[in-house]
Write a protein that binds this ligand. Structure first.
Ligand SMILES: C[S@@+](CC[C@H](N)C(=O)[O-])C[C@H]1O[C@@H](n2cnc3c(N)ncnc32)[C@H](O)[C@@H]1O
Ligand SMILES: [Zn+2]
Length: 272
């Protein structure tokens, strides 16, 4: 947990027993499940920010059936090759952080090398609690992607999978470190969209120009899935309500089985 920094004063946090402390006297206890909450109340807009427990449980139900396994493998392969070509091992080992990690399905399989330390952050407490349950070896924190409580120049890679782009990513990356981003492709969930969204638009390609980062690789991952009623209802429940149709979406309207495309852009950037 030594790459976390104090969200109040940006000093390094040092672990003593089950508490992380900075030199200014701020302290953060490890929760019973093993994560640390680095989201001070003045850094959040609501009492329960991010995905709700219902959305997180639905996401876990859907992902645990491995519909997105092809994406997980593609992300891990690209990340492993980026780590090989990246800055190399520093004095204190290599670290990767997954920002907006959700319940940790992708996080736990990011790097199959046990020597690489994996961090995961999410603004949703239920997401981080679920990620702890999935994999105890992860270094997990409740935190806001817009104020990364992570040390400068200390990560070989930052991953951002279908989550808000972290503004401090360049600061926390080592030079020539990589940022791997997954964002929806134009055909993503095209067949379910008419049932989910008030207006079914194609996803726009996320931007490729970020100060301090050079875009290196663009991969498109397209998966064809046959979804049953359970999978469809999980997919509906894991979609933020603000994106859903105002019309009631009932099991009756969506067919009991549907061929659905999952379509993603996987983009790799390098810190200049
Ligand atoms: C679509 S989910 C993706 C989760 C995970 N990366 C995956 O692919 O399974 C988006 C996640 O971003 C989190 N999130 C939203 N805003 C955030 C913020 N400002 N900081 C950190 N996490 C955030 C949500 O709580 C949610 O878990
Ligand atoms: Zn502090």
């Amino acid at each position: 947990m030594d790459r976390f920094q104090c969200p109040n004063c940006q000093q390094p946090l040092v672990q003593q027993d089950r508490t992380l402390r900075c030199s200014a006297g701020h302290s953060f206890d490890l929760a019973r499940q093993g994560y640390v909450n680095l989201l001070p109340s003045h850094h959040r807009r609501s009492n329960s920010p991010g995905d709700s427990l219902d959305m997180i449980s639905a996401r876990a139900r859907f992902l645990n059936r491995d519909f997105y396994l092809g994406l997980s493998v593609a992300v891990s392969d690209l990340l492993m090759s980026a780590l090989k070509s990246g800055p190399g091992e520093g004095d204190s080992g290599r670290c990767v952080v997954d920002v907006g990690c959700g319940e940790g399905y992708f996080t736990e399989s990011l790097v199959p090398d046990p020597r690489v330390d994996i961090y995961g952050l999410d603004i949703s407490k239920p997401a981080i609690v679920a990620a702890c349950r999935r994999q105890r070896k992860l270094n997990l924190a409740v935190a806001n992607a817009t104020r990364l409580p992570l040390a400068d120049n200390s990560f070989e890679a930052v991953t951002v999978l279908m989550a808000p782009f972290p503004e401090g990513a360049v600061r926390v990356l080592r030079q020539h470190g990589h940022l791997l981003r997954v964002s929806p492709g134009p055909r993503h969930l095209a067949e379910v969209k008419p049932y989910l969204f008030a207006v079914a638009r194609e996803h726009q390609r996320a931007g490729l120009a970020y100060p301090g980062l050079t875009h290196r690789v663009a991969h498109r991952v397209t998966l064809e899935m046959i979804l049953d009623a359970d999978a469809i209802s999980s997919l509906v429940a894991m979609t933020p309500i603000r994106y859903r149709s105002r019309l009631p979406v009932s099991g009756g309207t969506i067919p009991a089985s549907l061929a659905v495309t999952a379509d993603f852009w996987v983009d790799l950037f390098e810190k200049r």
